[in-house]
Write a protein that binds this ligand. Sequence first.
Ligand SMILES: Cc1cc2nc3c(=O)[nH]c(=O)nc-3n(C[C@H](O)[C@H](O)[C@H](O)COP(=O)(O)OP(=O)(O)OC[C@H]3O[C@@H](n4cnc5c(N)ncnc54)[C@H](O)[C@@H]3O)c2cc1C
Length: 439
Amino acid sequence: MKEACCILSCDIVNTDVVIVGTGAAGLFCALSLPETMKICMITKQKADESDSFLAQGGICMLRGEEDYESYFEDTMRAGHYENDEKAVELMIRSSNSVIRELLRYGVRFEKNADGALDYTKEGAHSRPRILFHEDITGKEITSTLLRQAQSRKNIEIREFTTMVDLVTENNTCSGVVCVAEDGTRYVINADNVVLASGGIGGLYQHSTNFPHITGDGLAIAIKHNVEVEHVDYVQIHPTSLYSTKPGRSFLISESVRGEGAVLLNKNKERFTDELQPRDVVSKAILAQMEKDGTDFVWEDMRPIGEETILQHFPNIYKHCLEEGYDVLKEPIPVVPAQHYHMGGIKVNLASRTSMNDLYAVGEASCNGVHGKNRLASNSLLESLVFAQRAADDIVYGINHVDADVEKVDMSAYDDLDSVFAEYKENIFGEMERERTNND
Ligand SMILES: Cc1cc2nc3c(=O)[nH]c(=O)nc-3n(C[C@H](O)[C@H](O)[C@H](O)COP(=O)(O)OP(=O)(O)OC[C@H]3O[C@@H](n4cnc5c(N)ncnc54)[C@H](O)[C@@H]3O)c2cc1C
């Protein structure tokens, strides 16, 4: 383990690997590391409060060699062919082994009457290839991974612990500076640091993401001149339940449209093909809202049929009922909302960033899989595949660098509001720069 000292006295925790984030990416990375390694995971809130828990629709899987070409093409087309082809191929080809591992951990995917895995379809997929668990697939996968991690003696999870900075010297990372719930500031010193800190939805007024997921990993990477990519590629989901209440927007999963729901204008007429890629459908909805002078369009789930709605989408049904809409009887108002960040910390196929001993995985990273627009249900898969690759690289990779003594001035984190205001500015500033460069 690397030696560290602080300019001002502070506690130091020593570990082999520190993982920032307890979503699907962070947990799968931790579980893929050998049990002989000491791993410290930190998370801003409770361990089960991550966007991974919110995923509704499902997780993609390659259905045999005959599905390869069309799965690859669907991903590329959705991404406007700006995807990294090697990364896409790796993700697709790794999907069977990752799913096998999830099943081994005890994840329950829906099965058909014959006991075989069942598949659903979402927008821009040319065939059903999405595994699901009711409409709470993310919760099923991530809670299973969390239970596994909690049972491992080598993995420690620190809740309500916020990373406020990286410890770096000579382009090498040797740990993170964090703040505990009671305000205590300390350093976690590690041979390798993995940023699994999720997307940027919390920076937006209307987002389907948890408000505490505010792109901290990305902002801190920008601060330390770690390479970032496509920060301006932000996905807007076409259908969140329209509400005037403050807080997180409730997602109406794309698989609802995949199973037959239709979008209607103010006169309750269809106005677009509901199964186009997300960015195309979002644009069509926003244009229709402008034309109609409304704050939302309607989504009618009744074509799906009562039995499938109750079996496949029990939570969406229940949530809408609580909001005063019975989807079995009437259309619901929906509006696009910020949903996913395709851009992020630039990584290679081993999830390495441009800084020594610093990795980024999941939504915090940009490995090029999604190109300009993510295909539905590819993100959980991408998170898991590249989290495992990070773990493999930590164990088997070469060129790990020993950093001797790190100096941390803890007084730099006295005023955390200003620190996070600066981080927010890092992200929106970078977005603006990329947009200007692309114009
Ligand atoms: C409503 C919704 C539905 C979705 N549906 C699907 C779907 O059906 N299929 C699919 O493939 N994808 C779906 N997605 C996307 C997918 O869930 C996410 O992209 C993916 O789970 C990201 O996982 P992650 O581990 O990278 O990040 P998250 O799961 O977001 O985890 C981020 C973690 O980082 C921690 N963190 C952040 N900042 C700090 C900090 N400064 N210090 C300490 N900890 C920090 C957070 O507390 C959290 O634990 C959906 C997303 C949403 C919001």
